[in-house]
Design a protein around this ligand. Structure first.
Ligand SMILES: Nc1ncnc2c1ncn2[C@@H]1O[C@H](COP(=O)(O)OP(=O)(O)OP(=O)(O)O)[C@@H](O)[C@H]1O
Length: 633
C-alpha cells in the first residue's frame, strides 16, 4: 500500500503551484457526484419513504483552498448513518482534487463553526472540509464556486450573462470583448479575462522577469493545467514564483511590450514575460541587460544529449518511511520465533491465531507493520501484514483495492496473497514471504549492478508487469521500495517480486489521478492528459537506468520537486560519462525505448521482454562508444 507516498506526492504537487479546480478535475467531481446520486436513487427506490426521497444538497470546499470550486453532495439520512461515513465519502471524492493528506477530519460552516452532526448541515448551504489538526481558514470560498461550463468574466456588466452561457457562446462573447477592448484590461489595467484554459494549457516552462532595479530577477516557472487553468490562476502562480515586493502580480507583458490578457498567450511562441504589480511600465523595461540576458539563456534548456559529460553524479532519492523495515533487514531474515513479538502487536483473530505463530517485525510502512509468521502445521513461513485501519481513515478504498487486486493475481514474480482476515480495527494479510529486503536497500548496498544482474532483475520485474497489463491492471507505484528481493544462501540476489498494490487499478479508459512517486512518475501523469499501462514501463525504465549507473535519469540537484518534474517533462535523457561509458549499446537502447516520453512510442512490457539485450546470450562486447559513433555518423 502506498498511501503515505501518495500523500507525500500530493503535498509535493501542491507545492508546485496553487491547487486548483481544472475543468478535468471538476468533471471528476461531477462524475463522483453522479455515482453518489445513482446509489442514493437506488436506495430511494428500495425504501420508498418520504424521508428517503429528501436529500440535502450541500457543497463542500477545501479548507484554505481558494481555487477549489467545491463539490456538491446529496446528503441523505439513509446513505449517511453517521457523521464519519460522510467524512469518509467526502475524503474519497475530494482526494484526487485537493491536498488532503489525513482525509476529511472536520467540517465547518463558512463562518468557521464546527459541524458535529449530520442534522447541522442545511440544504443548499456550503461548508468547508478540514484535515487533521488544521485551524479553520476564513476565505471567500463561494467566489470560486463556478460550474464547469461557466467562465469567470470581469469587465463590462453586459458581458456577464447570469444564464450560464455555453462554452462556445461565452468564447464568442469573450473574443468580441477582447476585440472591442483592444488591450483588454480592466479599469486598473489588470488582465482579468480568462477563458477556460483546458484547450490551450499544456506543460510549458516560461521565463519570468520580475520588475525592479536592473539586473532584475529572472525566474523559471512551469505552467500546466494544475497551476494555470485560468489566467487568474497563472497570475497567482507567477506571483508565488517571483515574489514581488509590491505584492500581487497584476500585469504581465511580453517581450514586445503587449500586455497578457488571455491565457493562451502564455502558451504561444513567446516564452519570456515581465511581471508587474501596479508600477509604471517603461519602454526600457523590455530591454535586457547583459546579466539578465545571461540569466535568461541559462534558464533555457540545453538540447537533448546522449553523451553529456557535464555535472556531478546525481544522487538516489531518499527512501520514504520504513525505519523498522531497515532495522529488520539489517538484522537479516530468520525464522519466526514462536510468538516472539506477539505481545507488541494486535490480537490475531481466532482463525489466524490457531493456524500461525507470529514472529518479529520485518518491515513497516505508513499504515502497516509486516511480521514473519509460521504455519504451525507445516512450519512454512509467511509475511503477515497488519494494516492499522485508524491510520487509513478515509482512505479505506485504497486498502480494499489492494486486497481486491491481490486476490486476482497469480504470478511467480508477484508476491501472492495467501489469506486475509478482517477485524474492526485491523486488516490482516498473510502473504508469501520474500526475505531479502527490498531493492532500494540492495541498490544502496551495491551502488550499481552488472549487466547480467540488471537483466535478471528487470526481466523479473517486466514479466510481472506484462502479466498485470495482460489483465489490464496498472500498478502505478513501481519503484525499488516495492520490489522485494530473493537472495540465495550465499547472499547473492536471485530475483525479485513485485509487491504493494495500494495504487493498482484496472484501466478501461485513460486515468487522470496524479499519483505515484516523483522520481518514477511518467511525463503523461504530469501532463494530466490521461495515462494508461505504459506508465509502469516508464517506471521500470527508470529502475533499469538506476541499476546500470547507480543514479536516476531525472533528478533535481537541490531536491526541488518542481525542477524534478521539469526534468521529466523536458524528456532530456542523458547517459553521462564516465558512468555510462562501459554500458553496452543494447542496454542503452532498451533504457531509451522504455523512457520514450510519448507513451504510444514507448515499449510495452512485452517489447521489453523481446528486446535483444534481454536474451541470455546477448553479446556484451558491443560497447557504448561503438554504438554512439555509429549513431552520430
Ligand atoms: N511479502 C513480504 N515479504 C517480506 N517483506 C515484506 C513483504 N511485504 C512487505 N514487506 C516489508 O514490509 C514493508 C512495508 O510493507 P508495505 O510497503 O506493503 O506497507 P505499507 O504500509 O503499505 O507501506 P507504504 O508506506 O508504502 O504505504 C516493505 O517495505 C517490506 O520491507
Amino acid at each position: 500500500m502506498s498511501l503515505g507516498r501518495e500523500k507525500k506526492m500530493e503535498n509535493n504537487l501542491s507545492r508546485s503551484g496553487s491547487r486548483s479546480s481544472s475543468v478535468c478535475e471538476l468533471e471528476k467531481d461531477f462524475s463522483d457526484m453522479e455515482i453518489l446520486k445513482t446509489r442514493t436513487n437506488r436506495r430511494n427506490v428500495l425504501l420508498r419513504t418520504p424521508a428517503a426521497r429528501k436529500a440535502k444538497r450541500v457543497r463542500f470546499f477545501r479548507n484554505g483552498d481558494k481555487f477549489y470550486s467545491g463539490v456538491i453532495i446529496p446528503v441523505l439520512p439513509e446513505r449517511y448513518r453517521s457523521f464519519d461515513s460522510l467524512t469518509a465519502d467526502l475524503t474519497r471524492v475530494l482526494v484526487d482534487n485537493v491536498t488532503l493528506p489525513s482525509g476529511v477530519r472536520a467540517i465547518y460552516s463558512l463562518e468557521g463553526r464546527k459541524i458535529g452532526k449530520l442534522d447541522d448541515l442545511e440544504d443548499g448551504q456550503s461548508y468547508v472540509c478540514g484535515g487533521f489538526g488544521e485551524p479553520f481558514k476564513r476565505l471567500d470560498y463561494e467566489a470560486s464556486a463556478v460550474t464547469p461550463q461557466s467562465f469567470r468574466l470581469s469587465g463590462p456588466e453586459s458581458l456577464s450573462d447570469s444564464s450560464s452561457p455555453s462554452p462556445a457562446r461565452a468564447n464568442n462573447r469573450l473574443s468580441r470583448y477582447l476585440q472591442a477592448n483592444g488591450s483588454s484590461t480592466t479599469g486598473n489595467g489588470t488582465a482579468r479575462v480568462s477563458p477556460a484554459g483546458d484547450n490551450v494549457v499544456r506543460p510549458r516552462i516560461v521565463t519570468i522577469i520580475r520588475n525592479g532595479v536592473k539586473p532584475r530577477k529572472v525566474c523559471r516557472l512551469l505552467l500546466n493545467k494544475r497551476n494555470s487553468p485560468t489566467l487568474e490562476h497563472a497570475l497567482a502562480a507567477i506571483t508565488e514564483c517571483v515574489k514581488l515586493d509590491t505584492g500581487c502580480v497584476r500585469k504581465v507583458f511580453t517581450r514586445t511590450g503587449s500586455v497578457v490578457t488571455a491565457l493562451n498567450q502564455f502558451f504561444e511562441v513567446e516564452d519570456i514575460f515581465f511581471a508587474y504589480g501596479n508600477e509604471r511600465v517603461n519602454q526600457e523595461d523590455f530591454e535586457l541587460e547583459f546579466e539578465e540576458n545571461k540569466a535568461v539563456l541559462q534558464c533555457r534548456k540545453t538540447p537533448i544529449s546522449r553523451n553529456s559529460r557535464a555535472g556531478p553524479k546525481p544522487r538516489m532519492p531518499v527512501k520514504a518511511g520504513g525505519g523498522a523495515a531497515r532495522a529488520a533487514s539489517e538484522a537479516g531474515a530468520g525464522a519466526a520465533g514462536d510468538a516472539a513479538d506477539e505481545a507488541a502487536g494486535p490480537l490475531l483473530p481466532q482463525p489466524l491465531r490457531l493456524k500461525y505463530s507470529v514472529g518479529r517485525i520485518i518491515g513497516d510502512g505508513n499504515f502497516a507493520v509486516v511480521r514473519i509468521c509460521k504455519d504451525k502445521t507445516t512450519g512454512k513461513e509467511y509475511a503477515l501484514k497488519v494494516i492499522d485501519k485508524a491510520k487509513c481513515k478515509g482512505k479505506e478504498h485504497y486498502v480494499e483495492a489492494e486486497v481486491r487486486v491481490m486476490r486476482k493475481l497469480c504470478h511467480p514474480r508477484i508476491v501472492s496473497l495467501i489469506e486475509e482476515q478482517d477485524s474492526p480495527e485491523w486488516l490482516f494479510l498473510v502473504m508469501e514471504l520474500v526475505s531479502g529486503g527490498d531493492l532500494f536497500d540492495s541498490i544502496a548496498a551495491a551502488s550499481k549492478f552488472s549487466e547480467p544482474q540488471a537483466r535478471l532483475l528487470i526481466g523479473h520485474l517486466t514479466s510481472a508487469i506484462a502479466y498485470l497489463h495482460s489483465l489490464s491492471i496498472v500498478h502505478r507505484d513501481i519503484k525499488p521500495e516495492n520490489l522485494l528481493v530473493e537472495v540465495g544462501s550465499d547472499g547473492s540476489i536471485r530475483g525479485l517480486k513485485l509487491a504493494d498494490f495500494g495504487l493498482a487499478v484496472e484501466v478501461w479508459r485513460p486515468l487522470h489521478a496524479v499519483c505515484g512517486t516523483p522520481t518514477y512518475v511518467a511525463p503523461e501523469i504530469l501532463l494530466e492528459t490521461g495515462y494508461g499501462l505504459k506508465i509502469d514501463v516508464w517506471a521500470a525504465g527508470v529502475i533499469l537506468y538506476i541499476l546500470l549507473c547507480g543514479f536516476p535519469p531525472f533528478s533535481s540537484p537541490d531536491g526541488d520537486q518542481e525542477k524534478l518534474f521539469d526534468a521529466i517533462l523536458s524528456a532530456r535523457l542523458e547517459f553521462p560519462a564516465p558512468h555510462w561509458e562501459r554500458v553496452s549499446a543494447g542496454a542503452i537502447d532498451l533504457v531509451a525505448n522504455m523512457l520514450r516520453p510519448q507513451p504510444e512510442l514507448r515499449f510495452a512490457a512485452e517489447d521489453v521482454l523481446d528486446h535483444a539485450w534481454m536474451a541470455d546470450d546477448y553479446d556484451e562486447s558491443c560497447d557504448f562508444r561503438t554504438w554512439y559513433d555509429e549513431d552520430s555518423s
